[in-house]
Every structure is written in C-alpha cells, then in structure tokens.
Ligand binder design. Sequence first.
Ligand SMILES: [Zn+2]
Length: 451
Amino acid sequence: MINKIIAQVERLALRMEPQRGIRLLNALPPSAIEALQRARFRRTLRLAAERSPFYREQFRRRGIDIRRIEHPSQLGDFYTTGEDLCERLDDFKIGRADTVFETTGTTSPVPKRVYFSQAEIDEMGRASAVALSFLGLSPEDTVLSAFDCSFWVSPATVRSAFQYIGCFHSEAGKIDPLDFYERAAFYRPNIIFGEPSWIVRLSNIAAERGVWPLKFLFAGGENIAETARQLVEQTWRAPLYLSYGQTEAFGSMGIECVEKEGYHRNDLHFIFEVPDVDESGTGELVYTTLTRDVMPLIRYRSTDLTHLIDEPCACGLFAKRIARIRARTDEMVVCGMGNVGPWVFAEVLRDVNGHGADWQAVVSHDGRRDVVELRLELEDLGHWAEVQQAVLVNLRNRFADFWKNYEMKLYDFRVIPCASGSLRNGRKLKRVLDERQPMPSPCAVEVHAGS
Ligand SMILES: [Zn+2]
C-alpha cells in the first residue's frame, strides 16, 4: 500500500515544475519514508532468505530469525562483501534478469557481475529523474553523455532517468575528448555527462578552442579535486555536479544538489549505514537494497569511507546526505587511469626484467590531471630505458581501458627508478598510495566540530 502511494507521489512530482515537485516530496512526513523503508526491507529480507542459499546459510549460522528483524542494523555482524558476490554469484542471483553490468579493475582480475531486471531499472530511474530535475534538467534540454559503455552501468543509469524527464539525449561513449568536442558542436548540448577526469580534459580543450553555453555538467564514477572542479566551472561558466554510485547499486546511491555539500541519498531504494566509525566519525558505508528482486544486497560493504549527514541541507531537499568519500578501505584508488589496485601494477610488471622486488604506485594530482607514478627499485640503472618501455608495452597490451585513458591524456603515467631498499620503511609496504588531497565537505567539518 505505502509502496503504491510513494510511487504515485514520485510520478506526480515528476510531472510538476521541479520546485513544486520537490515541495510535494518534502511534504512526505519522515515517518512515511521510514515506514516505506521498513516494509521494503522486510520484503527484501524474506525474499533473500527464501531464495538465496548464501543468505539462508548466513542467517542460520548466526541464529538470526528474520521475522524479528526490522532494520539492517539488527543483523549484528552480518555483512555481504564484493568477494562474496564474485565467489557465489549463483547464490545471489535469485530472480529473472534482463541485463548485467560489470565493474572493471576491482581488487582481483575477476569482475563483479551484477544482474538487473528492467522493472528494477525503471524504478530506480524515477528517483534519479526527480534528483536531476531538481538540478534543473528539463524536457527542453539537449544532453550528450560520454559515459563508457563497455559493460558499465552509467549509460543505463542516465537512460533510466531520462525516460521520465523526456529530454533529448545521445550516448557518445567514452571517446577522445577532442573528438567529442568537434562532434558535439553540431548538437550543441547544453548539458554534458561524463567521468570527472574526462570532463577535465574536455574542459582543457574547450578553454583553448572556445565554449558554448551550458546549463551544467554532470560527473560520476570517481572523485574530483575541488581545484579541478573550479577549473571546469570557470571554463564553462556553469556548475559541475557529482553523483555517487556503484555498479552494485545501479550507480544511483546519491546525487549532489546546488550546494555541493555531500550527496543527497536515495533513501527510497536503499538503507545506508556507517556501523563502525573512528574518532573523527568516519567509517565504511554499508547499504541494503530495498527494491531489488534479481540480486538483493543486504548490508553490502561499499569499501568507501565516509559519514552520513542527517542535518537538513540549505537547498531544502528532504533527502539526507552522504558526505564526500574520504578514502577506500582496500588499496583501490579511483583516478583518471581507472579503478586501480595492487594487482593491476603487479600485472603491468609481470615479465619485466631488471627491476628489484619492490615497487609502489603513487597517485597525485598536478592541478590539471591525475599523475600515476610507478616507483621501481632498480639494481642497475643501465637497463632503465628497456624497463620503462616494457612497462608501457604491458600496460597497452594487458589493460586496454587504462591505455585508452592514457592516450586520451586523462592521466599522466610515469615510471620512476628508485634505489634498492628505499621503498620499504616498515615491515609491510603499501602498494598503492593516494596522495591527492582528501576532500572533506564543509558539512563534515561542522559535524565534527559539534561532536
Ligand atoms: Zn542539498
């Protein structure tokens, strides 16, 4: 019953002028949203326990009686991880799917595969449409998107939202930003979607060759340094908004508003928790899906470190927020190169002769783009040129996506020789270091100061 009412309210809100639609959604009392979450969560839990051997086994082993559970936090130390998804895919896939997406370059060479039905996609698209229309996206707009289509979720995410908005839209794919710039001139899009590092590169080109009027730019898929965001915004004289998502969550966990102080979270489709926090209030974001029948995820570990913001936002939107992501719990780094972890560099170095046992990859930002430095311990500098050449050949042959991003100048890649024994100063060597500035939101500072 409550499901139907909220879906009706969402549909109605989308047909209204955005500010009125938001007012309508804001009029929903918090208790109605909590009741909806509870009903959707209990349904998800029942479905999982009935059909998934993984969940059934876990609940039995922990003595969990799901009839008594009303919120994910009552599940104690039960969590689901990306490794579970990779290892026991068939146990998670419990409904009929219409499509699948993959995450590239995760912690292992095996991609995570996440299946969806069209009904699930439509359902989540409606919520994204509400958020995008709040940013000003309307049926009169022309949108060009440069999201990568290779098994990636983002093109489907935006399409699911645009069907409700009814704007003109085309998928360019992640082509070379220069190529995009030249071909876009014909369509004159007033809104552009893409990955942050790709948008930065496009903006560098536009700064040299000229801009056309944009309403806004929209980026998803990775973090962006605030200095880089400012460069993009100054170039186009238009705001750049970010979204937060994972393939496992159909890319639609949260979206920025005009305030750009955290992502307004998608509470109608997820329950978000940060169960364990450190002294600064930061911890791993964990989420439970509420509207998924094909592959429901219960207490899924995002591996992203952040905190939840429950204080109201200056923009007036009812949805609460997730703060900017601080870091990841694993050694994965999301940057202009792509999603990279230790195994990526180990693979790039495989069969490369002439370097010592130790290496370290360091990601920094030079004000224009991310810089990936692969530091190698070398016995003998005499072979340096050959080593460098071999590394680049491996990168090109073994990682087509990373090479493509390199050719598009989305990041700079440098191989740096180091003296033997210089990298390891403790027992354990951190293989991948992210030295870009952490990006705390102003809200985060307020929360910490008050607590
Ligand atoms: Zn806001």
